[in-house]
Design a protein around this ligand. Structure first.
Ligand code: ZN
Length: 489
């Protein structure tokens, strides 16, 4: 075989093993017995060491040197393999294995500490995770910025400094909008109870309407919904609560956005280095546009209102308008995952500044809780009284995901760009959404963006889909227009 053929054959097996690793992670969140955590940590570490050896195989360096791509897709695969190889050869195997083992166990420790509202029980573990990820960041950064090196894993081409500037531009308009909506008083609320089987049946119906292919996927329950896998096996989880049907429905739509992206990648790219979403930020743009610009639009809400009345009877609100305001309510709250579109990015900004300080060594793990609570009071005007409302609320740091949080806001920014291009191309979209049919929009996204996988770099992926440069303006314009109309500002 040629160098290119040998390289791609080697990479295909690595990609397949990475899918297996992902499925173990899915199992850990959905099916794994409670006391299997420690052994699972060993299993994940073992697989990680196999993957690390494959990704750092010295033959890759030789193959990359000799390989000549024949197509655009092959050139993109070489680019991605080169990026992975250069990253992974900078990390000693001992460190990679230690990170996999520690973060796998840390997740359980975080969950117990959170349930017990006990920060002290989590701090020694977090210390270890932070130290390991800093060590990794230093190895990757080659003397450059540690945080940027970690960020590059999730959003290649973006830097912490650029994100800080973006956030500075966004913050004042978001704060002004939040204050204006809140001044209008509390939004309407749904009143149940809502039978959980009926919720899951409706959630299933909506998942299909948004294009999720259940012959290549499945829906299970998890405490924190997520999607997992690529190509022919892309699974999602959702949650269900008899008092809060919107949590179930919108978690499902969000995860369907992620899963549809993976399902719609050109099958020719399956089990290759470009067979997945282009980055965490681009991924989040798909989940957020499905969830927000489509799923929380007044047109779709009007359809959903009728569906819910038909299924649940009285739901506590009497008109489509009231229902739409309930779905888009802006309320004071501590929890990021429950935040509305206006406040969500403010939660991300808090985490971004704190994790950047942790990675720079400017903030000690022992001071994190105090720093979090001070910052929350400054940004949201409320006092955090229990750690599950504060620094223990998110799983990310326990599994070492430093540099990940800002991709949520980048996703929202990208979604704003995509939604603006999409509505210009599809002037009749609202009529379709009002029939509960988002397919013109999801087809547009599949064609313009999803099918290309990682053929292009993240920001080029968005530029290619929209034909325009990336900016936060479309997102902020959309939010201001929508909330001004909805809440009569
Ligand atoms: Zn997401």
């Amino acid at each position: 075989m040629t160098a290119l053929g040998d390289l791609l054959a080697h990479d295909r097996i690595t990609q397949a093993l990475a899918q297996v690793m992902g499925r173990l992670g899915w199992d850990q969140e959905t099916m794994m017995p409670k006391r299997a955590g420690e052994q699972r940590g060993e299993e994940m570490a073992a697989l990680e060491s196999v993957l690390h050896a494959r990704r750092t195989d010295p033959r890759i360096g030789d193959w990359l040197e000799a390989a000549t791509p024949g197509t655009e897709a092959e050139a993109a695969q070489l680019r991605e393999i080169r990026r992975s190889y250069s990253r992974n050869t900078k990390i000693p195997e001992r460190l990679a294995t230690e990170i996999a083992r520690t973060t796998s166990v840390a997740q359980g420790i975080w969950a117990e500490a959170r349930a017990a509202e006990d920060v002290a029980a989590f701090l020694p573990t977090l210390e270890k995770v932070v130290a390991l990820r800093r060590e990794e960041g230093q190895a990757l950064a080659d003397g450059g910025d540690v945080y940027d090196a970690l960020l590059a894993d999730y959003e290649p081409g973006m830097t912490g400094a650029e994100i800080a500037l973006l956030f500075d531009r966004m913050r004042p308009r978001l704060v002004a909008l939040r204050d204006a909506v809140m001044e209008k008083g509390p939004a309407p609320m749904l009143a149940g109870p809502f039978d959980t089987d009926l919720q899951l049946a409706l959630s299933d119906r909506i998942a299909r309407a948004f294009g999720y292919d259940l012959s290549r996927g499945r829906i299970d329950l998890a405490v924190h919904p997520f999607s997992s896998g690529s190509g022919q096996d892309v699974r999602i989880t959702t949650r269900v609560d008899a008092d809060d049907p919107l949590g179930c429905l919108y978690s499902t739509i969000h995860e369907v956005g992620h899963a549809s992206y993976e399902q719609n990648v050109d099958p020719a790219y399956g089990l290759t280095a470009i067979g997945q979403g282009a980055s965490m930020g681009v991924h989040e743009s798909q989940s957020r546009i499905y969830e927000n610009q489509l799923g929380r639009s007044p047109a779709f809400c009007a359809w959903l209102f009728e569906e819910m009345r038909a299924r649940f009877g009285q739901i506590g609100v009497a008109t489509p308008g009231e229902f739409t305001r309930a779905v888009n309510a802006v309320r004071p709250g501590f929890i990021r995952t429950e935040a509305d579109e206006v406040q969500y990015n403010l939660h991300i900004m808090l985490r971004f500044d704190l994790e950047r300080a942790l990675m720079a060594g400017d903030l000690a793990v022992g001071d994190l809780e105090g720093a979090w609570n001070d910052r929350f009071a400054a940004d949201f005007g409320r006092t955090v009284t229990r750690p599950s409302d504060g620094m223990l609320q998110d799983v990310h740091w326990s599994v070492g995901l430093f540099g990940y949080f800002p991709t949520y806001t980048l996703g929202n920014v990208y979604a704003g760009c995509l939604a603006s291009a999409l509505s210009a191309d599809l002037p009749d979209l609202d009529a379709s959404l009002a029939r509960g049919d988002p397919s013109p929009a999801t087809r547009w996204l599949a064609e313009r963006l999803q099918r290309h996988g990682t053929l292009r770099l993240p920001q080029d992926t968005i530029r290619h889909a929209t034909g325009r440069d990336i900016s936060e303006e479309p997102l902020l314009d959309y939010l201001e227009a929508k909330f001004t109309t909805l809440f009569d500002l």
